[in-house]
Design a protein around this ligand. Structure first.
Ligand SMILES: Cc1cc2nc3c(=O)[nH]c(=O)nc-3n(C[C@H](O)[C@H](O)[C@H](O)COP(=O)(O)OP(=O)(O)OC[C@H]3O[C@@H](n4cnc5c(N)ncnc54)[C@H](O)[C@@H]3O)c2cc1C
Length: 462
């Protein structure tokens, strides 16, 4: 290779790709970032941000609906979907403008078009108006992200049988919906639509909602959903689904037949690796995911991959961390490898489910002698003021550090920052217990759980 035009060419401008580009530019690299749609990717335009904006509207609807409980009389007249969409879009647009400005301010060359690898150091871009641009980089990062997973013998027609992209584009809340998949995306849409008046049924093949969470959290969410009127069919698989003019009919493997206006297929995300030239340059994949080592290096020494295209947690902040890891590695820094078991996870359902580290089951399976404590939010003043129920469960190694924290309740996602510091700093329960939590806050529940685990419970039974 002669002198490359760039130190780094990044293919895909979502969370993983733009984080890599920003950090590399900050470290003095010449960076090109290729994006076929909009900077910000799934997270900003079809994922994290628009769904949480939708959930905020849902929260406001629930607040109005239940305001009498707080002595405030109000009536929920209607959900104005144009207004819901306007709020969502204004949040997305504001963040998009901010990100575009930031990328420009770091001197990153954004190339609009569809890219593919044409050599270990070359990305060829078909630009929107026709001509191809060939970008050469000393290193290339693949960050093309993911797309909604289809399969299970179900044809997504984008009208009656839809994916999360379609659901976000809806101009109304369906009268009824079957949601296939009780993971984070399924549970978040269940919460939003239920608040907007949709009759929701979630079908989940595993025995619990959020099957990757501690069973205590899954059960608490199931209980709350039941109370809120969200139906679940757990341990049930869809045998077939048929779209009709006026709705959809879903047959479960136990013979039950469910009908609704729409079926939302939320069974996960598949890596977006088709047609980007991986095989031609020798990048290998397993079940579509790009094979990488712990430093996100592919089988080709100049090519790295980050974000949803690699088989790690499909979360925006995991993508950010991977992008930064690669940028720093390329700059000759020695960043620590990512400890995926300690990345915090939140499902923004109502109630929220937040966790970091190992579940009780996971800790035992990893060979730990485990102690755990579950603090019921019923004993927490702020939880009572808010009118939320839930729990904080702390899992620790016997005479050792905290291994995992699991929380369910309104706003517990905001508590996860403390929990992840506890877990990631290998703090012991007695070390956390000595820190004073402000009263009355939900955060006291974290303090209480650690106090109990340290053998000195305050507002909990010994
Ligand atoms: C409904 C939903 C809700 C979510 N909520 C959360 C959440 O609350 N918290 C969280 O952490 N995560 C959430 N996620 C996951 C999060 O959005 C992803 O993990 C994250 O966006 C992955 O980032 P990425 O950079 O790997 O890929 P993406 O964000 O998908 O970005 C990939 C980019 O590459 C571009 N691209 C693809 N192919 C090419 C090509 N050939 N040429 C040029 N450009 C190309 C795409 O246009 C896209 O912009 C959610 C996802 C969904 C679908």
């Amino acid at each position: 290779m002669g002198n490359p035009q760039y130190d780094l060419v990044v293919l895909g401008g979502g969370s993983g790709g733009y984080a890599a580009a920003l950090r590399a530019a900050e470290l003095g690299s010449r960076v090109a970032l290729v994006e076929k749609d909009k900077l910000g990717g799934t997270c900003l335009h079809r994922g994290c941000i628009p769904t949480k904006a939708l959930l905020r509207s849902a929260e406001v609807a629930e607040t109005v609906r239940h305001s009498a409980k707080f002595g405030v009389t109000s009536t929920l007249d209607a959900i104005d979907f144009a207004g819901v969409d306007k709020h969502k879009q204004s949040v997305v647009n504001g963040l998009f403008r901010g990100l575009s400005g930031l990328v420009a301010s770091r001197g990153i060359h954004v190339v609009a078009g569809t890219g593919r690898l044409t050599s270990p150091t070359q990305v060829t871009v078909t630009t929107a108006d026709g001509p191809e641009a060939v970008l050469t980089g000393a290193a290339v990062i693949i960050a093309t992200g993911s797309v909604p997973k289809t399969g299970a013998g179900i044809d997504v027609d984008h009208e009656r049988i839809i994916d999360s992209n379609d659901a976000l584009g809806f101009d109304h809340a369906p009268a009824s919906a079957i949601i296939l998949g009780g993971g984070a995306i399924g549970c978040e849409f269940a919460t939003a639509w239920n608040a907007f008046g949709t009759k929701v049924t979630i079908v989940e093949a595993m025995p619990n909602l959020l099957p990757l969470e501690d069973t205590a959290s899954s059960r608490a969410l199931e209980k709350a959903f039941k109370k809120e009127g969200i139906s679940t069919a757990l341990g049930a698989a869809v045998q077939h689904a048929t779209a009709r003019d006026n709705g959809v009919e879903v047959t479960l493997d136990d013979g039950r037949v469910l009908t609704a206006e729409v079926l939302l297929v939320a069974i996960g995300r598949a890596p977006a690796t088709d047609g980007i030239g991986l095989e031609s340059v020798g990048v290998t994949t397993t079940r579509g995911y790009i094979d990488v080592d712990p430093r996100c290096r592919t089988a080709v020494p100049t090519i790295y991959a980050v974000g949803d295209v690699i088989p790690t947690l499909q979360l925006a902040h995991a993508g950010f961390a991977e992008g930064i890891l690669v940028a720093e590695t390329l700059a000759g820094l020695q960043p620590d490898e990512i400890d995926y078991a300690r990345i915090p996870r939140i499902t923004y359902s109502h109630p929220e489910v937040a966790s970091v580290g190992l579940s009780t089951e996971g800790a035992i399976a990893a060979g730990h002698e485990v102690m755990d404590v579950t603090y019921d939010l019923a004993g927490n003043g702020k939880a009572r003021i808010l009118g939320t129920s839930g729990l904080v469960k702390v899992v620790a190694a016997k005479d050792g550090p905290v291994l995992g924290v699991h929380m369910v309740g309104e706003r517990v996602g905001e508590l996860l920052a403390e929990a992840q510091l506890v877990v990631n700093w290998d703090a012991r329960p007695d070390e956390v217990a000595q820190h004073i939590h402000p009263h009355p806050t939900l955060s006291e529940a974290i303090g209480e759980a650690h106090l109990a685990l340290a053998g000195k419970p305050l507002h909990a039974h010994a």
